[in-house]
Each structure stands twice: as structure tokens, then as C-alpha cells.
Ligand binder design. Structure first.
Ligand SMILES: Nc1ncnc2c1ncn2[C@@H]1O[C@H](COP(=O)(O)OP(=O)(O)O)[C@@H](O)[C@H]1O
Ligand SMILES: [Mg+2]
Length: 340
């Protein structure tokens, strides 16, 4: 199943497979500070949803909430959180532990912090397999070696006995991917999986994720601040700004017809195809911290189109020409203007 084939069944999976992951009205707060504010999305089986936005928009906190791995002091509220129909919001901690690493695989930005530095790569994979698949040690070791080969690690048998620090960053991320897919998850959540890597390695890791996803039929939630990554792999895109979704659309139409000024700014800031041209700094300012979110549209202070109406009421997500929905009440003005 290629990405192109997956895309054929149209926006929002209308004719496509049933939703695997459903998230409705997810909010997360630390004390009295809300950092994720009413986020909803779905991911169909075998599809890739990208969640994109600048640093601090609430992407990682949302991902942690999906797997119920939020740090102490955080509180999540959600009206629906289901995986293949199973209620995750009210599942026992024991059940969640069983699901993490089996039905749900996870990859994070910095593999060195996720891998145990004093345990060999092999033992870390073997233990995952023994715990979740109840494989005997020998069979688990064999499987671990196959997994390393599958994620593109040469000399897998030898690598099994090495420690994380003996591997390059790209190889460590491949090990993390091997662990994440070890038990054949239905859903893989990858939070900035290529951000810490060199550009050439980034492309290889993305290609690996894409291949594995197609082979294993996994759904993928790919979190990134980099829209360039999104265009390479996503079927559907959710754009987050300051704890909310500001636009959601099929990837193809989002890039062809971005609507929300924030999405348009992100696209305009992508590096030009001609590397000698300067990269535009299309969005002035920075994402405000949750303690400084303005009333009304949170993007208004950085938006060239903002009017009084934007500063008084929070714009709802409404159908937009991007083929999805956008949270902007000034779309007619925005869309009347050619993108820079
Ligand atoms: N442990 C924490 N305690 C308090 N605030 C946090 C904590 N983790 C994240 N936040 C806040 O939540 C917001 C969203 O963070 P995050 O989800 O990491 O953003 P992103 O992944 O989009 O860069 C940020 O304002 C961040 O400061
Ligand atoms: Mg993050």
C-alpha cells in the first residue's frame, strides 16, 4: 500500500477504512494553566496523520495524553479517546501498560533518553518482546536480530551486543523504531522522530517509517514542527497553534490551498527549492506561552489580517477551501490575497 494509494480514498477517509484512533475534545492542564485546549482528530487504519506547529503549541503534550504518559501534575480531560473501539480514557493503568509497546508503538525525538544507556540494544529489544509477546529469550533474540535488519542496521547480530552510546544518532533512532514496531502495533506515534538528526539521515528515517508503515499496515501519528516532513509522508494534517487546532485538511489540498494565515505562514517559511535563495521569515514574533494567550484568536497578535473581531471571540473550526476546516473568521480577506 503506497501513500499515493492510501490518499485515493479521499479527504477524511470518507470512503476509507474505519477510524482506528478517535480523540474528541482533548484538553490538558498543568495546575490552572491549560496548554492543550479542546483538540479533536481521528486517524484511520493505515493512514498517516501529521500534527504540525511551532515549538510550544502542545503537540508533545497531546501525544503523551493519547498514551496516558503525561508527567505528574498534568491533568487530561477528553470526551472520547478510543483505539479500535477500546476506551483508553478509562482503561486501567495495567491495560495501558500492556497496550504501550504492543498495540501502540512510540518513538520520541531523542533516542538517547529513551534507551537505557547501561543495557545492550539486544537486551532492550529482547525484553520488550519477552514482556509483550511472551517469547522465550532465544526466540526473542532471533526476532530482535531480524528487527534490526529490518530497520536497516547492518551487522545486526553484532549490534545486538552493543550499548546505545556505541551507535550514531541515526542508528539509535533505528533501534527505537525497531523497539516501537517489535510487537506489530496498530498505531505508531512518532514525536519529532527526525528533529535531532542530520538532514540526510532525516530523509532516510522518514523513508524507513513510510516503508514500515505500508508493510505493517500501521496508522502513524507523526508530530513535527517541520512542514517539509509533512509533505513527504502525511495523508492528513492537523495544524496546531497555542494549544488549539487552527486548520485540518488532507495533506495534498493543504499544500495546494492553505487557508489559515498560520498555515500559510508555515508554508511560506519552508526553505525554497533553490538553496541559494534566503528562507523567508514569514511569521513575525513567537508562540506565546499558555500564561500569555490572548483572548479571541491566539494567532491574532502575529497575523497580518487580524481585525477587531479576531481579538474578541475565539474563531471556531469551519469548513474551508483547503478541503478541511480552518479556524479563521477572515478567510475571505486572506484567500483574496496571493501567497508570498
Ligand atoms: N511538565 C510541564 N509542566 C508545565 N508545563 C509544561 C510541561 N510540559 C509542557 N508544558 C507546557 O505545555 C505547552 C506545550 O508543550 P509541548 O506539548 O511540549 O509543545 P510542542 O511539543 O508543540 O513543542 C508549552 O507551553 C510547555 O511549556
Ligand atoms: Mg514537542
Amino acid at each position: 500500500m503506497s501513500v499515493a494509494a492510501v490518499r485515493e480514498d479521499g479527504p477524511r477517509g470518507e470512503a476509507g477504512p474505519a477510524p482506528l484512533l478517535k480523540v474528541r475534545d482533548l484538553s490538558v492542564s498543568f495546575g490552572r494553566l491549560t496548554v492543550v485546549d479542546g483538540v479533536s482528530f481521528e486517524v484511520a487504519e493505515g493512514r498517516t496523520l501529521a500534527i504540525v506547529g511551532e515549538s510550544g503549541c502542545g503537540k508533545s503534550v497531546s501525544a503523551l495524553a493519547l498514551t496516558r504518559l503525561l508527567p505528574r501534575g498534568a491533568r487530561a480531560d477528553v470526551s472520547e479517546l478510543t483505539l479500535a473501539g477500546e476506551d483508553l480514557a478509562n482503561a486501567s493503568e495495567q491495560r495501558m501498560e500492556a497496550l504501550r509497546g504492543s498495540a501502540i508503538g512510540m518513538i520520541f525525538q531523542e533516542p538517547m533518553t529513551a534507551l537505557n544507556p547501561v543495557i545492550t540494544i539486544g537486551t532492550q529489544i529482547v525484553e520488550t518482546l519477552m514482556r509483550h509477546e511472551r517469547l522465550p529469550r532465544r526466540a526473542a533474540r532471533e526476532r530482535a536480530q531480524n528487527l534490526l535488519t529490518r530497520v536497516g542496521i547492518p551487522d545486526a547480530a553484532q549490534r545486538l551486543d552493543e550499548y546505545p552510546h556505541q551507535l550514531s544518532g541515526g542508528m539509535r533512532q533505528r533501534v527505537m523504531i525497531a523497539i516501537a514496531i517489535a510487537c506489530g502495533p496498530k498505531l505508531l506515534i512518532a514525536d519529532e522522530p527526525t528533529t535531532a538528526l542530520d538532514v540526510t539521515i532525516q530523509a532516510q528515517i522518514l523513508e524507513l517509517l513510510r516503508t514500515l508503515q505500508a508493510e505493517l499496515g500501521m496508522a502513524l501519528v507523526l508530530i513535527t514542527h517541520d512542514l517539509g516532513v509533512v509533505s513527504a509522508v502525511a495523508d492528513d494534517v492537523v495544524v496546531m497553534y497555542a494549544g488549539r487546532i487552527v486548520e485540518e485538511a488532507p495533506a495534498e489540498t493543504l499544500f495546494r490551498k492553505p487557508c489559515h494565515p498560520y498555515t500559510r505562514g508555515l508554508i511560506a517559511s519552508l526553505p525554497p527549492a533553490d538553496a541559494d535563495l534566503p528562507r523567508l521569515q514569514a511569521i513575525p514574533g513567537i508562540v506565546p506561552p499558555p500564561s500569555a494567550w490572548p483572548p479571541g484568536c491566539r494567532f491574532a497578535p502575529r497575523c497580518a489580517y487580524a481585525a477587531d473581531v479576531c481579538r474578541s471571540a475565539m474563531p471556531p473550526l469551519a469548513p474551508a477551501p483547503s478541503g478541511g476546516r480552518a479556524a479563521c473568521v477572515r478567510l475571505d480577506v486572506v484567500l483574496a490575497e496571493e501567497m508570498a
